[in-house]
Ligand binder design. Sequence first.
Ligand code: GDP
Length: 483
Amino acid sequence: MRIVIVGHVDHGKSTLIGRLLYDTNSISKEKIAQVLEVSEKQGKGLEFAYILDALEEEQDQNITIDTTQIFFKTGKRDYVIIDAPGHKEFLKNMVSGASYAEAAILIVDAAEGVKEQTKRHAYILSLLGVRQILVAINKMDSVGHSQEKFGQVKKKLSMFLDKLELMPSEVIPISASRGDNVAKHSQNTPWYNGPTILEALDSLIKTRELEDRPFRLPVQDVHKFDGKRVIVGRVESGHVKQGDAVCFSPSGGISRVKSIEVYGKKPSRAEAGESIGITLEDQIFVDRGEVASHESEKPTVTQSIKTNVFWMGKEPLSVGKRYLLKLTTQEVSCTVSTVLRRINSSTLETVEENSQKLFDTEVGELILLTRKPIAVDLFDIVPTLGRFVIVDAHRVAGGGIITEIVQEEIIIKDLRAAECPFTYEHAKPLIEHIKRGQTIEILVTNLPAVETIGRLAFEHNLEFNFRREEDYIKLTVKAPAEG
Ligand code: GDP
């Protein structure tokens, strides 16, 4: 099971990881001796947080080890802690889905209580659909193992989590450094009858049974050898069998699976999580970025999606600017047509509606338009096809999930604050939308843009309306009425 440990800085994430590794015997005696030596030099007892540092140092010297994964196991199953807290890339990996968590431990310092990052991390968990959450109220030793203090922090946190519709399966009073209620029930909290962290982890269910969801194979590559073409990718959900009719989206090509190939073997079936190659009965054109599915359960092909995006770009996200959207192996240029809501990710308050920008650490409800059709699913149905990242100037600047497919409704393109005037480049994706029956409203403040859009409407034989609003111009462009 893949888990993530989140919480405010210094609330004890690294210490809890060290403790979990130590108590499950997941770390060598030599390493412990080494950590103890460092701790003692600083006049401390074994400092559990250093276990993580020691592992990271080791990993730095050996770049082949995945630095973002830490393993431990209980009698019941294996766990992977994805990413290390404090990593600069932590938030980014979380929102980009580079490391997907099935469950999370949210850690809160009993003395400090709920802090900004506690809230922000909880919000990101809810945004990314991580629904299984354990809360660890840490450093109980520092508040004299007070049941009252525990109750206060628990109440305050629950109020916040309620708003996010996050229901923690357990709220556990712990001391990560002393080991209270982590692997062993503590004598210090006789008032607590619930499970330890390890017991609570073991009772979580493996939620995302990706195997039971519709079959999706995003194409990574197409290799040609011995006159045959092998389509390579990872089965993200569902399963596929030899002989199945498969469909490729967005292109729409259809064929049957002639063979499945995995390292020289030819299994008759493959399922979620496996990297495979397939050959087809017909020579249809398939390229990287296509998504294979069964005909009866295809992903949606669209150019406009409603999304929740967490922004972490240095530059604010701005309406009308071109970005690169990456969704599985699909990469397509996109623009944001509307920021419906800007939300402060720690207070959850709406900062502004119908905004032009989205700033660092904010969450936005946005309508995204892609220049080319893409194959997507709603996040709740197929998580991997419902999650994407936004790249700005070669850096991941945002990540989010698809909450709705926007179809046949008015797309409002607000260019009032756009730094550059409306150009033909802006227009191309819009023309596609219009041809598919959508109406576009374009809000501008400068007359040259009106001329550009008017000319465009003329060239493409579109209906074009002009209306002056208070201090801007509203242009409506749509396909001409039939007849
Ligand atoms: P992180 O930033 O969330 O990873 O926090 P750390 O694990 O680095 O812990 C921050 C500080 O809190 C360190 O000095 C730890 O020794 C201390 N700490 C962690 N857990 C406990 C605990 O259970 N009790 C007490 N008293 N201190 C703790």
